[in-house]
Design a binder for this molecule. Sequence first.
Ligand code: NDP
Length: 488
Amino acid sequence: MVSEVREVKMYINGEYVESSIASIFEVKNPATQELIARVHESSKEDVDRACQAARQAFESGPWRTMPVSERCQKIRRMAEIIMERREELARLEALDVGKPYPVAFEREIPRAAHNLKFFADFMEQQGGETYPMDEDYLNYTRYEPVGVASLITPWNLPFMLTTWKLGPCLATGNTAVIKPAEMTPMTVSLLGEIAKEAGIPDGVVNVVHGFGPNSTGEFMTTHPEVDMISFTGETNTGKAIMKNGADSLKRVSFELGGKAANIVFEDADLEKAIPVSIQAAFLNSGQVCLAGSRILVQRSIMDEFVTRFKKAASELIVGDPQEENTNMGPVVSQEHYEKVTSYLKIAEQENATLVYGGKRPNLPEHLQNGYYLEPTIYLQENPTARICQEEIFGPVVTLIPFDTEDEALEIANSTPYGLNGVIWTENLQRAHRVSHKVRAGTIWVNCWFVRDLRAPFGGFKKSGIGREGGKHSLEFFTEAKNICIALQ
Ligand code: NDP
């Protein structure tokens, strides 16, 4: 168990440094409200130093020009160090976010290491294209790094999502200024020392800390030395960032909010659909952009589904994130707790039926101040109700009945989001048909949250701009150059 209060500094040009304005903000453990970190806030001047360091490392450092194999070897070394420090990183992530330690240890920290290793390996296999023009000319392409990237990530999967951006950013020869969410800075701040130990040159990886509007986040997205912004977070924040980056024409890649439809047809194998739908609803206390937060259930099996789903939810162990057997911890903060629980009132006003949960769970003494809510299930006939349309981002899931395939599709496509969808059916034709018609970037059939890092990942509609994963990430982080040679 980690209990001391940590001092979290910025990492700029290869050194951990203090806030130039001596501004410190505090981070609390969401399970207890105990103080766990004092964080140095980055002023405009600090962000400027970080961006200048990244620019200098890009223009004059060895990073961009070193052989790809050497660069990728250093990135792979970062992945190895992450696995060597896996337990420490998982403990910190559980402490900071309130997620169960086993989830961080088994899934997120190994995935973070894999993010770096995958893009290092993938980059080494890349080539360009050639376009011969008869006998007279030969065109060939090169993919060159863009420059300085601002990488901005949310609080729900801080380390995993940051490395998801950092891997392709570094493998392609760019330099980075990273900002984790102010509520969860601890693991990401360690990327500085991990990069140093792996031999990444100073200035290539920089980490700053602070808030969004009129603060660190905004300074990073308006800074003239920043060429591109890779952002994961809320849709409204994405809009603000796009406006802020417009004056200097920064390229953007956005992974934004979601409100996935998890569609359960009457021929679904409920032995599989129930436990996976429980995961999709309540993993990380429902604070997952890909959460299956709307479960569309064919009316003919609704009663059976409700009984079994409710029983499975009641068996989840809600408790201390540091305990090995905990399935669900608190939500991340007081402010977020208020947002999530405000939907309980909205659900009541909209005449949803409470199926399970809806209150604070019984917890041991030391967790009495934590931001806990039981896994909560509503049944709502009206798919336009707010709990069916808005991203709650907490342990609250809504069951919506439907009669026909067309109706399921209409409901599934009725929100402004289009990040992902889930389909449960044993009918092959229906699986394909419905997958093609749900307007979302990823469709999982009879599974959820299975990721192949080569595959494109991103959202339709208000869930994002662009795709990450495999060659899609490399495209964002590179400039394509065509060279045309006269052969005569
Ligand atoms: P936010 O959009 O509030 O914050 C994300 C990051 O952006 C934080 O680091 C935040 O800083 C920063 N930020 C806020 N305002 C600005 C600004 N004006 N300029 C620059 N940076 C800014 O998201 P949350 O942290 O609340 O995360 C939850 C959201 O993330 C949900 O909508 C969820 O769906 C989405 N998400 C999407 C994923 C996807 O892949 N599509 C994956 C995971 C989450 P601060 O430190 O102040 O918070």
